[in-house]
Design a protein around this ligand. Structure first.
Ligand code: FES
Length: 126
């Protein structure tokens, strides 16, 4: 079980929910608990579900793997620089910014912050 705390200006106060690892994305969990993280494509392409994830506790973070779509969209949005990506891959640590629709919940406590700012539209078919 994991404690997932959602925080953002769209919420009157922080919301902490329990989640079972490997059962879905953070966006699905947020929707289930009516946490208003913005979203559009739900497929890692639009960037509207941008979140900042802070790993809580002393164990090594588990949700490290980024999908290729997540890498590309975060890069286009300026949230994943080459330097950060290199550090992610070399040190096996997750970057601070993620996409809620691509982030698979793991057995770890995290703080999820979101602003509700719209993302950047990109076309992956090019
Ligand atoms: S909803 Fe479009 S990237 Fe997550």
């Amino acid at each position: 079980m994991a404690n997932i705390t959602f925080s953002g200006p769209a919420l009157p106060k922080d919301i902490t929910v329990y989640a079972v690892a490997d059962t879905g994305t953070l966006l699905a969990l947020a929707k289930k608990h009516e946490v208003p993280i913005p979203f559009q494509c739900q497929d890692g392409e639009c960037g509207s579900c941008l979140i900042k994830v802070t790993h809580l506790g002393t164990n090594k973070p588990k949700a490290i793997t980024l999908t290729e779509k997540e890498k590309l969209t975060l890069s286009v949005n300026g949230k994943l620089t080459k330097e950060i990506l290199q550090k992610v891959e070399n040190d096996d640590l997750p970057p601070p910014y993620r996409l809620a629709c691509q982030y698979l919940v793991q057995d770890e406590d995290i703080l999820v912050e979101f602003t509700g700012e719209p993302g950047v539209e990109i076309d992956l078919r090019r």
